[in-house]
Write a protein that binds this ligand. Structure first.
Ligand SMILES: NC(=O)c1ccc[n+]([C@@H]2O[C@H](COP(=O)([O-])OP(=O)(O)OC[C@H]3O[C@@H](n4cnc5c(N)ncnc54)[C@H](O)[C@@H]3O)[C@@H](O)[C@H]2O)c1
Length: 723
């Protein structure tokens, strides 16, 4: 047996099944590379870049498995994939098109019916539909670096091809449900531990799978069909309450989301219903979710995220510069977090401060942050040590000399920033990228304080910088394409979602936030309370509203900026002047008890607000939720329209990505511009016109682009395509 099989492992002849190439590029093809009498047949899927299960791949698999079934000389089958990963999921672009047979279920049914053992050879990221294919195999072996998961929930859908039924059968509901509800992948070692894979193989996983197949043939092991494995479900059949306990433990925040509820229901069917009936119902749920607004919004963000890092007008072939060492100037709130991002990605980083005291404070905060993560189980102690070793603190700007990239995060003062960049110009290497983390200031003006404005740009991180995913990359008037490309590449490397924007006051996110903030404050004077305003947004799905957010950031920060510029915020100023700085003093717009971060409405704040209304001669009235919500969201969308019109954001999807990743906009509504298209632009235009007239504020008038699109029946999404 051994000899016979090994003889037949030599590599391929002709591809047995493949799609016709389109446009000269190598297209979807699923090849049977070995089908000789008596052999362990090896089916290799080869559909770069990630072997997505598009139609041609499904057709190829169906053909290959049929041949393997019918070829009497084949005893076992290995299913593998070429390139960087085993199948990493469905082809999401097919979701919006009519389905094309064969569907994945047909392929899996054929695999299930196989009397010959099928062994999956896993590497890379078998995700979603890819993992569902692996689950329909009888055995799974994996390379040590493999990461396996069912990320469907992140796109507002659920695993529709048996994942909700086979995974609980194979690894048990207590392990399967958290994987399905989080969408996060697990490592090969975890998969070996919970039984998802049978063996971890060093070297070529296909060879490992062939050896494994040979062994089970030699041992005459019975077929191990996952759909027939019932033992792990028996417990839940006998104790249905146990399922609710697993749900309570695994369900993250699911309020307002259709997909998690559907996923929980589907897993419940795994032990309540015969598998065929459960699968039928899951497919119906899948179709319902796929066609619903939430999944459409989440898919929009999935694609928009990939687009947002593509800067317009980049010369073909622009290559990022190599980054091996970073420097961060300022070890405050932002500088510390930014330095952690570099260290987390394995990039050595020097933190530069003005005084030993400020430096020590900054370094101590970084260490405490890491220690907290270790204490929570989010990081191993030796990983913390490794990261801390990559961080060096100094009090001399000269240390920026070695850095390939410098990120400035000193106080938000133009003169100070200019002074720092002027000095950096003399110190930094000629090919270094010089970035500022300014929130509002003019990046072009900062760049002009150097003799090398093409090397300067903004890298606007969000607080806390080591946690928040968004990175607004601000392209200055002179920024060189390769400098921009470098910032994007570094952003990705340190785990951020880069969105390229242009120069204006507050860039995209903060400029739109400002429009929301003005109305929020205005509504307090008219009759609303902080909890009414914040409630309108948390009800929609934001983690917090503007006033809870101000309390978190500290009201004194904005107050100081306003004092310097002569601006006023009636209620916030009065609160600060009464010693209410927010969470840090236990009182702000809300009250906070015993170190808790939960805001409690406070009658004292109400008094301050009512007094402010009286001072302004405003007769307070009742504002309903709908009015509050629209007055917060529509001015923000209006500002987004201006930003698009000015070209500060290249695409409406970029704005959506910024709001989802930087400001907690609920992803299942797709971001402000996607949401506006759904609500309908004529309605938003009309409401804005009313709001502007009532407030006597021309800034709230519908923006020209919004008016134009509303009149022509257009949408923000189609506007971008036409541009
Ligand atoms: N805090 C936020 O939420 C946030 C978010 C995004 C961007 N930003 C921007 O990031 C920058 C820093 O903000 P922050 O909140 O970290 O401020 P911060 O006050 O917490 O820290 C600033 C640090 O810079 C140091 N510093 C001042 N001058 C220096 C110099 N010449 N050389 C070296 N260090 C110097 C200070 O000692 C201080 O530790 C600002 O431009 C701010 O607008 C802040």
């Amino acid at each position: 047996m051994q000899n016979r099989v090994s003889q037949r492992e030599t590599r391929p002849k002709t591809p047995q099944a493949h799609a016709a190439p389109r446009g000269g590029r190598k297209q979807a093809l699923s090849q049977v590379v070995e089908l000789r009498p008596g052999a362990v047949a090896v089916i290799v899927v080869d559909n770069p870049p990630v072997n997505a299960l598009k139609h041609a791949v499904r057709a190829g698999l169906l053909d290959a498995f049929t041949r393997a079934r019918d070829d009497k000389s084949i005893d076992a089958i290995v299913l593998a994939a070429a390139g960087r990963t085993f199948m990493a999921g469905a082809d999401i672009t097919e979701f919006d098109k009519p389905p094309q047979a064969p569907g994945l279920i047909e392929v899996l049914d054929l695999m299930d019916a196989s009397k010959k053992p099928i062994v999956a050879a896993l590497h890379g990221t078998p995700l979603g539909g890819g993992l569902e294919v692996a689950l329909a195999c009888h055995y799974r072996v994996a390379a040590p670096t493999t990461r396996l998961g069912l990320p469907e929930i992140k796109l507002g859908i659920l695993p529709g091809a048996g994942g909700t039924q086979r995974l609980p059968r194979l690894i048990g509901i207590d392990k399967a449900l958290p994987m399905i509800l989080s969408g996060d992948p697990i490592s090969a070692a975890q998969a070996l531990d919970n039984g998802l894979v049978d063996e971890i193989v060093e070297g070529d996983p296909t060879q490992g799978a062939i050896a494994f197949a040979r062994r089970i043939l030699a041992e005459k092991r019975p077929l191990r069909r996952v759909r027939d494995m019932e033992d792990k479900l028996e417990f839940y059949r006998a104790n249905p309450n146990a399922f609710d306990e697993v749900v309570a433990k695994s369900a993250k925040r699911t309020r307002g989301l259709a997909a998690p509820a559907a996923a929980i229901e589907s897993v419940r069917w795994s032990f309540e219903l015969p598998m065929e009936e459960a699968e039928r119902r899951v497919r119906a749920k899948f179709a319902e979710l796929r066609d619903g607004d939430q999944s459409k919004a989440q898919r929009h963000i999935f694609f928009a995220e990939r687009e947002a890092a593509k800067a317009p007008n980049m010369p073909a072939g622009t290559k990022p510069r190599e980054i091996n060492r970073a420097a961060v100037i300022g070890a405050g709130t932002m500088g510390g977090g930014i330095a952690m991002c570099f260290a987390n990605a394995g990039i050595p980083v020097t933190i530069i401060e003005t005084s030993r005291e400020a430096l020590d404070r900054g370094l101590a905060t970084i260490k405490k942050n890491y220690q907290n993560t270790v204490a929570r189980g989010g990081l191993k102690a030796d990983d913390m040590e490794r990261r801390l070793k990559l961080l060096t603190g100094v009090t001399d700007l000269e240390a920026a000399r070695d850095a390939d990239i410098v990120v400035e995060a000193v106080f938000e003062e133009m003169d100070l920033k200019k002074q720092v960049f002027g000095k950096l110009d003399k110190i930094a290497r000629p090919d270094a990228v010089l970035a500022t983390n300014t929130s509002y200031l003019n990046v072009n003006e900062i760049a002009k304080s150097t003799q090398r404005s093409p090397s300067v740009l903004g890298m606007h991180f969000f607080s806390p910088a080591n946690v928040m995913r968004l990175l607004e990359i601000v392209r200055g008037a002179d920024t060189a394409p390769d400098v921009l490309a470098t910032a994007i590449a570094v952003g990705r490397k340190i785990g951020k979602v880069p969105a390229v924007v242009g120069v204006c006051h507050g860039f995209v996110g903060n400029r739109m936030l400002h429009a929301r903030g003005i109305e929020a404050e205005r509504m307090l004077l008219e009759g609303a309370l902080p909890q009414d305003v914040d409630g309108a947004l948390t009800e929609f799905g934001f983690p917090m509203g503007p006033f809870a957010m101000s309390d978190l950031a500290g009201l004194d920060v904005g107050w100081r900026v306003r004092k310097a510029s002569g601006a006023k915020a009636e209620v916030a100023d009065a609160l600060v002047e009464a010693g209410r700085y927010g969470q840090k003093t236990g009182r702000g717009f809300y009250r906070y008890e015993g170190g808790s971060r939960s805001p409690i409405p406070d009658p004292d704040t109400e008094r301050v607000i009512v007094e402010a209304s009286v001072r302004h001669g405003i007769k307070r009235r009742n504002l309903d939720r709908k009015e509050i919500f629209e007055r917060l969201i529509f001015p923000l969308i209006n500002e987004g329209a201006r930003i698009l019109d000015e070209g500060v954001a290249a695409r409406p999807g970029d704005i959506d990505v910024i709001w989802v990743y930087g400001y907690g906009w609920p992803v299942w509504t797709g971001g402000p511009m996607h949401y506006a298209d759904r609500v309908g632009l004529p309605y938003i235009r009309d409401r804005l016109a009313e709001i502007a007239a009532r407030a006597g504020n021309a800034k709230l008038e519908p923006a020209p682009l919004l008016t134009k699109l509303a009149q022509s029946g257009g949408k923000f999404s189609t506007y971008a395509k036409a541009a």
